[in-house]
Design a protein around this ligand. Structure first.
Ligand code: PLP
Length: 386
């Protein structure tokens, strides 16, 4: 019989550790599930209505590979107003299937086999797969709870070698909730410029910052724009994960390469989703309402965690995650989270996000307040009776 052998490149793709918890969770039917990083809102009404009208009028075909011109024009306007990034909509913007599509194309065009790609740790696990898929090696730069998980520019500089091609930066951060302050981002930018390296800047959670924290786009510096690809998405800000619609901006030659890759892979983002994105940019009040809901949920979960002995929730400023230090309770967070399932709570062990995450558990507050309350009641009881 024929036996299928996986390519070496695919064999390097890591399995998701989140999957392990997800599979274990299938054995329980009454879980307060704070494991998933997905807004629980339906697609906002004005967006759904605009799509129904446009699809009725025929907007369901192939579009230009880089996306519809009206969407790219609206994106360029938003980048200028909200991010201070000045991009030509015709040549410096590409619409992609979610941030995922942008990250896939971005890593493919800037990293090669034999290169090294720097990544602050803990990190969102999918970067590992994107980098593995290019043949490059991932070099992690640990960050610490004592620094609110903000990367240290000097620690990044120390890991640069002749093989380093660039760095992936994610702020606001999944899983830590860290928001890298503008001054630190600029210092990292200077290190990259001094060593002639590029950056992929994942700003998926750009709208979700709280308590006076400021999200800064490094590519708003025109000189830095030339060596960066900035990735955005409608998934989190507009509760549109399933529409698979995002975009990237960067210098024209790099965006053109991403466009060529997209031409040979997914063709273009789905047209109804592109129409949805135009409607979303027309309705910023929708994103504001979602942001306000997350801000309330953040207060709730931080208040509750602060009252639980031997748990330190830290001070997450962004995204919709709390990366809580539970090292006083366990030295194996994978086992700890498996036990929590039997207490009726699903969360993700920090080790899934790299070795620097050991000792931590990620709770997502992209959930209804009643689910958060139930999870915290059960977690508190579990900790007290352990
Ligand atoms: N980047 C980060 C840091 C994420 O957490 C996620 C989703 O969880 C993505 C990118 C993917 O976003 P999208 O759904 O737009 O592909």
């Amino acid at each position: 019989p024929y036996s299928f052998e996986c390519t070496d490149r695919m064999a390097r793709m890591p399995q998701s550790g989140i999957r392990e918890i997800f599979d274990a969770a299938q054995d329980y039917d009454d879980l307060a599930d704070l494991s998933i990083g997905e807004p629980d809102f339906a697609t906002p009404e004005p967006i759904a209505a605009a799509v129904a009208d446009a699809v009725g009028a025929g907007a369901s075909g192939y579009t230009q590979t880089a996306g519809r011109s009206d969407l790219r024009a609206a994106i360029a306007e938003k980048l200028a107003d909200a991010n201070g990034i000045h991009a030509d909509p015709e040549t410096e913007v590409i619409v992609t299937p979610g941030a995922m599509g942008a990250l896939f194309a971005a890593t493919q065009v800037v990293a090669d086999a034999g290169d090294e790609v720097l990544l602050p740790e803990p990190y969102w696990s999918n970067y590992h797969g994107h980098v593995a898929n290019t043949g490059a090696d991932l070099v992690t730069v640990p960050t610490a709870a004592a620094d609110d998980f903000v990367p240290d520019p000097e620690a990044i500089a120390r890991r640069i070698t002749d093989d380093t091609a660039g760095v992936i930066l994610n702020t606001p951060n999944n899983p830590t909730g860290a928001v890298v302050p503008p001054s630190t981002l600029r210092a990292i930018g200077e290190v990259l410029e001094a060593h002639d390296l590029w950056a992929i800047l994942d700003e998926t959670y750009e709208d979700l910052v709280y308590n006076g924290a400021v999200h800064h786009s490094l590519a708003s510096d025109d000189a830095f724009f030339e060596r960066s690809i900035t990735v955005h998405t409608f998934s989190k800000s507009y509760a549109m994960t399933g529409w698979r619609i995002g975009y990237a901006t960067g210098p024209a030659d790099v965006i053109e390469q991403m466009r060529v890759l997209q031409e040979h892979t997914v063709s273009c983002a789905a047209e109804p989703a592109q129409v949805a994105a135009v409607a979303a940019l027309d309705h910023p009040e929708v994103a504001s309402a979602i942001h306000e809901a997350f801000a309330r949920r953040r207060e709730l979960i931080l208040d509750r965690l602060a009252d639980i002995p031997d748990v330190d929730p830290g001070a997450p400023q962004g995204a919709f995650y709390v990366f809580a230090d539970v090292s006083a309770l366990t030295d194996d967070t994978t086992e700890f989270t498996k036990h929590l399932l039997s207490d009726g709570v699903a969360a993700v062990p920090g080790s899934v996000f790299g070795a620097a995450g050991e000792g931590f558990v990620r709770f997502s507050y992209a959930n209804d307040e009643t689910v958060i309350r139930t999870a915290m009641d059960r977690f508190e009881r579990a900790v007290e009776t352990r």
